[in-house]
Design a protein around this ligand. Structure first.
Ligand SMILES: [Zn+2]
Ligand SMILES: [Zn+2]
Length: 370
């Protein structure tokens, strides 16, 4: 047994949530060095995802303060004894965590992991320990807590990427972009000529638009209330856009397709949009719910809704695929990204909430190591 005094720790800087709705405060914390199966990553950049923002707004102040962030990218600094495939110096993109032991993980479906909730939202390692315990803060969000200068990950939730690529830009591939593109390519397996509407053209929705163009879907209809996001959807492959603040979505879709659509990707989590998605669906069509809801097939004429997690993606396979598509000019996600310094984290969150920034990415370069 290891006595606490034997545990080696390092100082890190991290954005701590102590107050519901924020602001997040950058503090100096003590983090344990990696366990045998862990990888210490010096974070270079991290995306901000709506799950971080929702968590911040819903957080209960009676709980222990936490470090959020789950779209980290960085360089490996140290690896634990049993880590095999990653070495210090490797560049990595971090993604969601899974247990690696359950039937789903062993059969290559980590998005179905029996311990998915604890591994990503438990704010501890799966053995219950917490590397930030000495500072009275909880980490391990999505197996990373990347709103920090350093994060502990495992081989299961990191992907080694080529060193000649801009690591700062790659950060958001680990969650939002993987989810949107994976839904179209892996979960729905949409074929050329199928019609699709994408409700909500934020980062996840636009990744779905780009993927729909890649697989040859047509028409590709983007729906949102922000004009700027709709324009970006058009640049990203949408054949039509509908501003549902001004237009009636169902009748516009009927005008465009002559009937309904074969697929709807619903990212808004609004009950009204959920209902609308079913109403505009063709017989045998599918609504993909990227909202945490589970699906049902008890709808008339073979229609169904499908709850989808992380685009059914195995990060080590899918993220390299997205990088190759980006390099081929087919997945130009760089146009969604706006960079901020780590110290501007609260402004970045405010801009994302207002719809002014689609994908904020925080750069750690200006942060003093201590
Ligand atoms: Zn598992
Ligand atoms: Zn996310």
């Amino acid at each position: 047994m290891t006595h606490q005094s034997d545990v080696r720790v390092r100082k890190i800087q991290a954005a701590v949530l102590r107050k519901r709705g924020g602001p997040l405060k950058i503090e100096s914390l003590e983090m344990e060095e990696p366990h045998d199966d862990e990888v210490l990553v010096r974070i270079v950049a991290t995306g901000i995802c709506h799950t971080d923002i929702d968590f911040c707004d819903d957080w209960d102040e009676a709980d222990t303060p936490v470090v959020l962030g789950h779209e980290g990218a960085g360089a490996v600094e140290r690896v634990g004894k049993s880590v095999k495939r990653v070495r210090p110096g490797d560049h990595v993109v971090l993604s969601y965590q899974s247990c690696g032991h359950c039937h789903q993980c062993r059969s290559g479906h980590p998005t179905g992991c029996d311990h998915l909730y604890e591994a990503n939202f438990g704010f501890s390692r799966l053995d219950g320990s917490n590397a930030l315990q000495r500072s009275g803060v909880r980490g391990h969000f999505f197996g990373q807590s990347s709103f920090a200068t350093h994060a502990l990950a495992t081989e299961r939730n990191l992907v080694v990427v080529p060193k000649d690529l801009n690591l700062e830009l790659l950060a958001p591939l680990g969650c939002g972009l993987q989810t949107g593109a994976g839904t179209v390519i892996n979960s729905l397996k949409i074929k050329g000529g199928a019609s699709i509407a994408i409700f909500g053209t934020g980062a996840v929705g636009i990744a779905a638009v780009m993927a729909a163009r890649i697989v040859g879907a047509c028409p590709i209809i983007g729906v949102d209330i922000h004009q700027m996001r709709l324009e970006l959807a058009l640049e990203s492959g949408a054949t039509h856009v509908i501003n549902n603040r001004h237009d009636d979505v169902a009748s516009r879709i009927a005008d465009i397709t002559g009937r309904g659509v074969d697929y709807v990707v619903e990212t808004t989590a609004s009950p009204k949009m959920h209902e609308l998605a079913i109403n505009v669906l063709n017989p045998h069509g599918t609504v993909a719910l990227l909202t945490g809801e589970s699906g049902t097939d008890a709808l008339p004429e073979g229609r169904k809704t499908l709850g989808i997690i992380a685009g059914d993606a195995v990060p080590q396979r899918f993220i390299p695929k997205l990088i190759a598509l980006y390099q081929a000019g087919q997945f130009p996600f760089d146009r969604l990204v706006k960079f901020y310094d780590f110290s501007e984290i609260n402004q970045a969150i405010a801009d994302a909430k207002a719809g002014d920034t689609i994908k904020p990415v925080l750069r750690m370069s200006g942060v003093q190591d201590c």
